[in-house]
Design a protein. Structure first.
Length: 135
């Protein structure tokens, strides 16, 4: 099975979090890097990560097993999908990429899973915990 991961899962490649050991080579759109940088900014403020380690963690992101996709190719469809789901575009970019490459979005964002689940896109978005439970 192929996966597209969002920032909530990609952060597990850089910071020791629950399910970090399950991270593997996956696809992701380029905006994910900014979302991960924002998460690394937020973690020290929440006492979950050392400030001095945040920059080094972000600098290591290009070395992780990710296949980057340009978001320009999916942005128009992501806006349409966001309007249809009444959900933020930045999450829908991942879902559009997943549809294009025949993959599933893996996220730690239960709100995103909940927004997609009652639609025809529901089967294409799951949490890593849910995926591990189905194996």
């Amino acid at each position: 099975m192929r996966f597209v991961i969002d920032a909530s899962e990609a952060i597990k490649l850089l910071v020791d979090e629950p399910d970090s050991d399950a991270a593997r080579a996956m696809y992701t759109p380029r905006p994910m890097a900014s979302e991960v940088a924002n998460a690394l900014w937020r973690k020290p403020r929440q006492g979950q990560f050392e400030r001095t380690d945040a920059g080094a963690a972000m600098a290591s992101l290009p070395d992780r097993p990710l296949r980057w996709s340009d978001d320009e190719a999916v942005s128009a469809d992501a806006v349409r999908l966001a309007l249809a789901l009444d959900h933020p575009v930045y999450d829908c970019v991942y879902l559009v990429l997943a549809h294009r490459i025949g993959a599933t979005v893996e996220t730690a964002d239960r709100r995103f899973v909940t927004a997609a689940s009652p639609t025809e896109h529901g089967a294409a978005v799951m949490t890593l915990v849910d995926y591990m439970g189905t194996r």
